[in-house]
Design a protein around this ligand. Structure first.
Ligand code: HEM
Length: 514
C-alpha cells in the first residue's frame, strides 16, 4: 500500500514539476514579450522630432526629457533651452515618450493663439478625469469646449462681474480686520497663507454664495475639501504623466488622482444650493457664479443645444475653484511682497490709491482707474507667472510661417522664458512696474507678456481676477504698509516646480499714519 502510495507520489510529483516548468517557461516568455513590447512602446516616438528636423535635447528611454525638468526645475529649464536654441523659431522636447514643439517666435505664438486657432483649439491635459473633472472648461475639447465656453461667457461680462463686486468687498473688509489683529500683535505674516485664505473666501462667496472666514476658521469644511481637490495624488499623477494610457485602468480600479470624497462633497454642495434656491424662489437673485450657471441649466427633460447639463455645471463650479484659487493668491502674495521690498514703488501705489479713493473703500468703480497698481500686478505676474507655460494641441496638420505642426502634436508657449529674456525685458530680475507704462508696453511685441493667455481660449476669469486683486490690494495699501521683517528673504528663490517662494513670503504690516 505504502509502496504504491510512494510510487503515486513520485509520479504526481514529476507531473507537478513538469507543469511548474511549463508555467515558468510561459511566465518567462510573457515577461520577455511584455518587456520588449514596453521598450518598443516607450521608445516608439523618440525619432519623431528628429525626422521633422526639429532640434531637441537628447531624450532618455521612458523619461524623455523629464530628468532635465528635475535637474533645472520648471522655471530655469525654460530659460536654459530657450537660450540654447536661440536662432530657432521652434525647438523640441519629450514629455515622457510624447514629443512636444516649443515655440520661441512671438509672431508664431500670435498665429497659434488667434489666426490659426481652429487648428490649436485643444489644451493638453495630463489628467483628464471623469465627469465632473472632465467637463470643466480647462479640460474640454473641440465643439464641446465651444458650446460650454459660449454658454458660460456671459457670466464674465463687466455687468455680471460688477454684481459680484460686493462679495469681494465684504471679504476684503474681513481680511483687513484680520490684518489689524496681526498688526496689534506685531506679528510677522506669511503672505501666501493670508492670500490663500482670502482667495478661498472670495471663491466661496462669488462662486457659491457661502460666507466662510478661512483665516479665523481654517478647518471649515468647504475650505478643507477645496484645498484637498487642489492637491492631486503625486504618485498617480507621475504615473499618468509617463503612461497616459494608465488613466483608463485607474478609473476602472476606482483610483482617482483628485480626492473622490472631496469632489463628491463639492458636487453635493452645488446640488443642495441649486435645490434650496429653486425652492426658495432665489434663482437669479444671488449674484454669484452658481446663480448664473443655474440660469443656463437645461430644464429637466429637455435637451436644448444651448444650455448646460448638471454635470457641466459641476464641471464649471470645479473650474472656478481649480483656476481661480492658486492663481489669484499667487499674484496677490507676490505683488504685496515685491511692494514691501521696493518701498518707492509701494509709496507710489499708495499715493495713487489715496488720490483716487481718498478715505472711501476702494469699490468696483474706484479701482478701475488704478493704473499704477495694474502695472505692479503685471510686473509681479511677469516675475512669477501663475501659468508658467501655455499649451495647445494641434488638431489638424497645419503649416504656419514655414513650420509644420502635425496633428496631435503638443505645442508649448514658454512664457517664463519670454519674461526673463533681457532682449525683451532688460534687467529681467529687477521689479520695475514702469515696464508696463503705456509707452513701454507699446514699444514691445504684444505677445511678449501673456499672463492670462490669448485668443478664444484665454482666461475666462481675467476680469474677475483683476477686480479681486485691485480691490484687495487697494484696501490693504490704503490702511497698511507692508515692510520687510526678520524672516523676509529677498531676492526671492523660486521653488523648482511651482510658482512658490522657497523661503515663503514673510512681511510685517505697519499702520499708515494718515
Ligand atoms: C491672476 C489670476 C489668474 C491668472 C494669472 C490666470 C491665468 C490663466 C491662463 C494663463 C489660462 C490659460 C489661457 C490660455 O490657454 O490661453 C487660464 C485659463 C482659464 N482660467 Fe484663468 N487665471 C486667473 C484667474 C482665474 C479665475 C479667477 C478664474 C475663475 C473663473 C479663471 C478661470 C479660468 C478658466 C475657466 C480657464 C480655461 C479657459 C478655457 O479653456 O476656455 N482664471 N487662466
Amino acid at each position: 500500500m505504502n509502496t504504491l502510495n510512494y510510487r503515486g507520489y513520485f509520479k504526481s510529483a514529476k507531473k507537478i514539476t513538469a507543469i511548474n516548468m511549463l508555467t515558468l517557461v510561459l511566465a518567462g516568455l510573457a515577461v520577455v514579450v511584455c518587456t520588449v513590447a514596453m521598450v518598443r512602446y516607450m521608445s516608439a516616438s523618440y525619432d519623431v522630432l528628429r525626422k521633422m528636423g526639429i532640434e531637441h535635447p537628447p531624450a532618455k528611454w521612458f523619461l524623455g526629457n523629464f530628468d532635465l525638468s528635475v535637474k533645472h526645475g520648471l522655471f530655469e529649464m525654460q530659460r536654459v533651452f530657450y537660450n540654447k536654441y536661440k536662432d530657432k523659431k521652434v525647438y523640441g522636447w519629450y514629455n515622457g515618450r510624447r514629443p512636444v514643439m516649443i515655440v520661441r517666435d512671438l509672431d508664431l505664438v500670435k498665429d497659434i493663439c488667434v489666426k490659426n486657432f481652429n487648428s490649436f483649439i485643444d489644451r493638453h491635459i495630463i489628467f483628464e478625469g471623469e465627469p465632473p473633472v472632465h467637463d470643466n472648461l480647462l479640460n474640454l475639447k473641440g465643439d464641446h469646449w465651444r458650446h460650454v465656453r459660449t454658454t458660460v461667457s456671459p457670466t464674465f461680462t463687466s455687468g455680471m462681474i460688477k454684481r459680484m463686486a460686493s462679495h469681494i468687498e465684504r471679504n476684503a473688509k474681513i481680511l483687513l480686520e484680520n490684518l489689524e489683529d496681526f498688526k496689534e500683535a506685531k506679528k510677522e505674516v506669511e503672505l501666501k497663507e493670508i492670500s490663500s485664505c482670502f482667495t478661498l473666501d472670495v471663491i466661496a462667496s462669488t462662486g457659491f454664495g457661502l460666507d466662510i472666514n478661512t483665516l479665523k476658521d481654517p478647518k471649515n469644511k468647504f475650505a478643507v475639501e477645496a484645498r484637498k481637490v487642489l492637491s492631486p495624488n503625486p504618485i498617480l499623477f507621475i504615473l499618468v504623466f509617463f503612461v497616459p494610457e494608465l488613466m483608463k485602468l485607474f478609473s476602472k480600479l476606482g483610483l482617482s488622482i483628485m480626492s473622490r470624497k472631496s469632489l463628491e462633497y463639492l458636487t453635493r454642495v452645488v446640488d443642495q444650493l441649486i435645490e434650496e434656491r429653486t425652492k426658495d424662489g432665489l434663482k437669479g437673485k444671488v449674484n454669484d457664479f452658481l446663480d448664473l450657471l443655474m440660469n443656463a441649466e437645461t430644464e429637466e427633460g429637455q435637451t436644448s443645444g444651448k444650455d448646460l447639463t448638471r454635470s457641466e455645471i459641476h464641471g464649471q463650479a470645479l473650474a472656478f475653484i481649480l483656476a481661480g484659487y492658486d492663481t489669484v493668491s499667487t499674484v496677490m502674495s507676490f505683488t504685496l511682497f515685491f511692494l514691501a521690498m521696493n518701498p518707492e514703488c509701494c509709496q507710489k501705489a499708495q499715493a495713487e490709491v489715496d488720490a483716487k479713493c481718498g478715505k472711501e473703500f476702494p469699490d468696483y468703480d474706484k479701482v478701475q482707474s488704478l493704473a499704477y497698481l495694474d502695472m505692479c500686478l503685471n510686473e509681479a505676474m511677469r516675475l512669477v507667472p501663475p501659468g508658467i507655460l501655455i499649451n495647445r494641441v494641434c488638431v489638424q496638420d497645419t503649416d504656419i510661417q514655414g513650420v509644420h505642426f502635425p496633428k496631435d502634436m503638443i505645442v508649448i508657449i514658454p512664457v517664463y522664458a519670454f519674461y526673463t529674456d533681457p532682449d525683451i525685458f532688460p534687467e529681467p530680475e529687477t521689479f520695475d512696474p514702469e515696464r508696463f507704462s503705456p509707452e513701454n508696453k507699446s514699444a514691445r511685441h504684444p505677445y511678449a507678456h501673456l499672463p492670462f493667455g490669448q485668443g478664444p481660449r484665454k482666461c475666462i476669469g481675467m476680469r474677475l481676477a483683476l477686480l479681486e486683486l485691485k480691490i484687495v490690494m487697494a484696501a490693504i495699501l490704503q490702511r497698511f504698509t507692508p515692510v520687510p521683517c526678520s524672516r523676509s528673504v529677498y531676492p526671492i528663490k523660486l521653488s523648482k516646480m511651482q510658482p512658490k517662494a522657497q523661503d515663503d513670503l514673510w512681511v510685517k504690516f505697519q499702520s499708515r499714519k494718515t
